[in-house]
Design a protein around this ligand. Sequence first.
Ligand SMILES: [Zn+2]
Length: 85
Amino acid sequence: MQHVDGNALAGPFADFFSFDVTTATARCNGCGSVGELARAMVYRSGAGTVVRCSTCDHVLATLVETGDRAWISLSGVSAIEVRRG
Ligand SMILES: [Zn+2]
């Protein structure tokens, strides 16, 4: 199978990342539980935002923002499910 470059992600990823994150469900890499992100524990500080699993306290995601940039890590999540429609 031939590949294309990452520019091909523009359409599908733009569609995917335009969802309401609070209605999405995520699977925790720490304990395997699946739940709505709205039920996660969120800690906000001047350094950024840390999202932790409400079942096992594993870090699901981190978000760091500066004036003109943002970094997100979803390394604690094995999958995110978004319902369409
Ligand atoms: Zn967990």
